[in-house]
Design a protein around this ligand. Structure first.
Ligand code: CP
Length: 313
């Protein structure tokens, strides 16, 4: 693994290796990635972020890495510097990995092909959000311990969601049964899973994954009010009560309360929304280790054994 830009690049074995590594980090079994001297990484966020940026920062600090923080507004981007020149600058001055969020689809993948250091996609436009996907997978793994035929229902703004795209790819690799539910105009013909009526699907899923309405990426305003959206496409208390007894609720956040999900459900017993954020730290530590240390030291099993186990998920 040279970069971490798309879930389509990862085999089941590699996903399992990352999950096992994250589990060790959760147990507190780790040491710094910096045995000799300082090691630098750069966080280049060209779009707003709370969870991804801050949990990368916590992950980097726990691993003993030095962070080169970048603020678009006070950078030479304001003088017209291209993202390639900015990223190449960070690699030239010593950053060993670049964590990049950008509003343009595929921009991060393009940079990964051009740069001499590992690139991590922290979300590119409507493209992908692979570290969100990894923490989502980790959340499901912690709950169910398997993926084969796990019923995952993704609900909401499928068309504009990079989280949906990355999870669709990863869950296919892992053999889960994915189905989708959303307004017709937000269906994505490139995501090859069945669209079901929410009231039917909610009773059968193991995981109900709500997606944020990505207003900033919409070309046309929706005609639905928040109240109408919640009633037709959101997770209401009435729908939650019809879920399987052990089914869980997920949402990548930020959450639009009382739009995608009724306020009282955000922190209900089935909700794993804030657990997902906690798991984001361990999974991002795992990705950094994989890229900067090739997953050494924390993993007890070798890759071949991991791969054999992954076939049983
Ligand atoms: N889930 C997620 O990507 O959140 P942020 O935009 O706050 O990073």
């Amino acid at each position: 693994m040279n970069h971490f830009v798309s879930m389509k690049d990862l085999s089941a074995g590699e996903i399992q290796q990352l999950i096992k590594l994250a589990e060790q980090y959760e147990r507190g079994q780790y040491s710094n990635l910096t045995k000799e001297g300082k090691r630098f990484v750069a966080n280049l966020f060209y779009e707003p972020s709370t969870r991804t940026k801050m949990s990368f920062e916590v992950a980097e600090k726990k691993l003993g890495l030095e962070i080169l923080d970048f603020h678009c507004d006070s950078s030479s981007e304001q003088k017209g510097e291209s993202i390639y020149d900015t990223a190449k600058t960070f690699s030239s001055i010593g950053a060993e990995a670049l964590i990049i969020r950008h509003p343009v689809d595929n921009q991060v993948q393009l940079l990964a092909e051009q740069l001499p250091v590992p690139v991590i996609n922290a979300g590119d436009g409507k493209g992908e959000h692979p570290t969100q996907s990894l923490l989502d997978l980790y959340t499901m793994y912690k709950e169910f311990s398997y993926f084969k035929d796990l019923k995952v229902l993704m609900i909401g703004d499928i068309l504009h969601s990079r989280v949906a795209r990355s999870n669709a790819l990863a869950l296919k690799t892992l053999g889960a049964e994915v189905f989708l539910s959303c307004p017709k105009e937000w269906q994505d013909p490139n995501i090859d899973y069945p669209y079901l009526d929410l009231d039917e699907a909610i009773e059968h899923c193991d995981v109900a994954m709500l997606l944020r309405i990505q207003l900033e990426r919409h070309q046309h305003q929706t005609n639905l009010s928040a109240q109408q959206y919640l009633a037709r496409y959101g997770l209401t208390k009435e729908r939650e009560q019809r879920m399987k007894s052990n089914a869980i609720i997920m949402h990548p956040a930020p959450v639009n309360r009382n739009v995608e999900i009724e306020d009282c459900l955000v922190e209900c017993e089935r909700s794993r929304i804030f657990k997902q954020m906690e798991y984001g730290v361990y999974t991002r530590m795992a990705v950094l280790n994989m890229l900067l240390n090739k997953g050494d030291e924390a993993v007890g099993e070798n890759h071949q054994t991991m791969y054999a186990h992954a076939q049983q998920w």
